[in-house]
Design a protein around this ligand. Structure first.
Ligand code: HEC
Length: 102
């Protein structure tokens, strides 16, 4: 009984604010190319939580290879779950497909 009372004490306004914060920070304006594709969404999910996701145009395909490898070190250092080989592949495919040429 006590526990359920305590749970009800979180004011609605707090919940609404928390939800708003999630919506505001989680749904940035889709300035990324192909933003609704699964690759882009995975990229935002895995690469957009420490900094805003960089636009793929900003680097060449080979730079992205290097960059993702460097970021895997940061991900590990932060104690976040490492990219699976599928995730790595999908993210790189998305980045390279939309990469810049110089
Ligand atoms: C654990 C936090 C974290 C995650 C997750 C993360 N990054 Fe970063 N990223 C950083 C930090 C910190 C920097 C600042 C540069 C540095 O310290 O090397 C950075 C910088 C960058 C830069 C700019 C480098 C430059 O030379 O200007 C790019 C591009 C980048 N990250 C891409 C990615 C990609 C792609 C992913 C997903 C695979 C990713 N990041 C995930 C922490 C993170």
């Amino acid at each position: 009984m006590r526990a359920s009372r305590r749970a009800r004490r979180i004011p609605r306004a707090t919940l609404a604010l928390a939800l708003l914060a999630i919506v505001l920070t989680g749904c940035k304006p889709p300035s990324l190319p192909d933003a609704s594709s699964p690759g882009a969404q995975l990229y935002v999910e895995r690469c957009g939580n420490c900094h805003a996701p960089y636009n793929p145009h900003e680097m060449t395909a080979s730079m992205w290879d290097t960059q993702v490898t460097m970021m895997e070190v940061k991900i590990q250092a932060a104690g976040m779950p490492p990219l699976t080989s599928d995730e790595r592949e999908s993210i790189l495919e998305y980045l390279k497909h939309n990469a810049g040429t110089e």
